[in-house]
Design a binder for this molecule. Sequence first.
Ligand code: ATP
Length: 364
Amino acid sequence: MTAILDIQDVRKSYGAHQALKGVSLSVSEGEFIALVGPSGCGKTTLLKQIAGFEEPDQGRIAIAGADMAGVPAAKRPTSMVFQRLALFPHMTVAENVGFPLKLRKTQPGEIRKRVGQMIELMQLKTDYLTRFPRQLSGGEQQRVALARSMVSEPKLLLLDEPLSALDVKLKKVLQAELKRLHRSVGVTFVHVTHDLEEAMMLADRICVMRDGAILQLGTPADIYYRPAGSFVAGFIGETNLMPIKVTARDKSGLVYRSADIADIDGRIASDFVADGVGQGDALLMLRPELLRVLGPEEKAEGIIGAEVTEMFGKGGTVQYRARTRGGQNLVVEIPGTSSLPMRIGDKVRLGFAKKDIYVFGPGA
Ligand code: ATP
């Protein structure tokens, strides 16, 4: 697939602070990329360099094969939607949506036609065209902002937390809208979000950043089940990280010991081990929903004994906290309809399948 966006070793500092420390990223045409990471990790800074609001200190950004160095924002085939609404309050919806085309001196008839198409695409009513932004709800305003960002047919749509100011219900509606929009227009989306569920739901690939650098880029399943290390694992959802000692390692996998895990053969096949794991300390990851409560005689490939310390109902599932003999705290999530419910104080055996684990090094 052709790369619509190619970022090579981009660096950006503000005074002594290095906001981007050599970021490289290639995005295919039509992809939906979610950029996630803790506050201040450089997500917005990266979008600004792509949009051309700022120039990187070093590195190269190419869009559709063209080097963007020195190309001003208005001349780039990009459009950016911000968290805080940037609609012009004194302009009607039609004027707001048509504004980018007016700047480009498009004929009024053509502007009217394209504005109409955008309003329809965003499923806004045509009688909204003559309203002012203040006469619309927050969600409707954000749809108008999206319509405006799409009207000039950008190759790349840059979304900086466009849904984060909305209430939960509206957010869900607009998440579904964004997905539909992405499918129907085939434009490439780079979407910054704090909401990991949103990233999982919308993105083809998720890019996890920390401290000005990319830690991992992968499909939602890769990021969730094959995280590059403990930071990504903990950032994307709740997880259990069991310390283990790797006593032997070869191409086929590894042999390990753990105070808390009774393993059927003490081996883990290489498919479930991250590159770079050698002998010594490592972490074995188990997602809470992949642990099950075993009946008295029931067997499993791996078994962890623990005592239940807390429980929280979550609607369809129940989340438990449990402590192993070795003092390790575990999170377990099981369906609320489970035939083996647990109570606080119960001593339980938690089972897992070898295909559900992943091992990575302690430093990552
Ligand atoms: P958030 O999730 O909170 O929006 P972010 O990942 O988008 O964070 P950025 O806005 O990219 O973070 O900021 C990265 C770092 O650079 C932060 O530490 C921020 O304080 C700093 N920074 C950003 N813009 C400037 C600026 N114009 N001048 C000085 N420092 C800046």
